[in-house]
Design a protein around this ligand. Structure first.
Ligand code: SAM
Length: 250
């Protein structure tokens, strides 16, 4: 996969792209991460990329020319139809980013993310350039850089070969449609708090069942909205009834 990020602050990505899972994925050649400072595509001598909004009002607006030119330059390196990238505008008005969206994007060969700044984008960028608009939540940040980092991290960790078995994403919260079950490690007793006996039993079937019930309970308690589109099997139906009746697992 190749990911290009259009930003006015490429230095913000240096640490993130070279550390932890993203750093390792780049080193292994699984992903190529690249930043483009679209100020370099400004057509005026002061290198400005923003201008006053037509109609007046506060705040500056990102001009269309530098953003279009930077994307078109990236696309001019050819590539097959298959490589035709998703062009993603980071934007609080976009579709809310989810694990399902991360999974969908992880199946693409190429992504281009556009980070805004200032009050907004010239609407022609939104209408005629991008394929997706993504928001990381209902709050407003100063720029699209931190949202872009969140999206890139969650996509790259899903690429085959990026996570080892010990960090598998398969049971991560949301991947299964549920929040993840609780974890414990040594010691078996810390202060007065003991690890649930079943986890020390070595009985794989019972452990799997305990985890499943815990994941369902945690989701029911914290994020019941996630259960709305779920078709529970018989066992889950029975557990959900128990929770409704106030019978909770330890
Ligand atoms: N005036 C804009 C509005 O009300 O929609 C907000 C602009 S915000 C200060 C500047 C930039 O930060 C946006 O263009 C976008 O790139 C980024 N941004 C801010 N919050 C975001 C969010 N929740 N998700 C994704 N990007 C966000």
């Amino acid at each position: 996969m190749r990911i290009d990020v259009l930003t006015l602050f490429p230095e913000m990505f240096e640490g993130v792209f070279s550390s932890s899972i993203l750093g390792k994925a780049s080193e292994k050649g699984i992903v190529t991460l690249n930043t483009v400072n679209f100020r370099e595509y400004s057509e005026n001598k002061h290198s400005t990329v923003d201008d006053y909004p037509y109609g007046g009002g506060g705040g500056m607006v990102l001009k269309p020319e530098p953003v279009f030119s930077a994307v078109e330059d990236l696309l001019s390196d050819g590539g097959s139809e298959e490589d035709s990238p998703r062009i993603i505008l980071m934007c609080p008005q976009g579709e809310t980013f989810t694990q399902a969206k991360a999974e969908e994007l992880s199946r693409q060969r190429r992504l281009i993310l556009i980070c805004g700044h200032y009050e907004g984008y010239d609407e022609r960028i939104r209408r005629y350039l991008v394929t997706d608009e993504l928001s990381i939540g209902d709050y407003v940040l100063t720029g699209g850089e931190i949202p872009a980092m969140a999206v890139i991290d969650s996509v790259v960790r899903l690429l085959p070969g990026v996570l080892g078995n010990e960090q598998s994403a398969v049971t991560d919260s949301f991947s299964t449609g549920l929040l993840e079950y609780p974890h414990y490690t040594r010691p078996p007793k810390f202060r007065d708090w003991e690890v649930p006996e079943v986890l020390l039993s070595g009985h794989h079937g019972n452990i799997a069942q305990w985890r499943r019930k815990q994941a369902l309970y945690r989701t029911w308690k914290r994020r019941p909205d996630l259960l709305k589109n779920r078709s529970p099997d018989k066992l889950e139906e029975q557990w959900l009834k128990e929770f409704e009746q106030g019978q909770f697992p330890d």
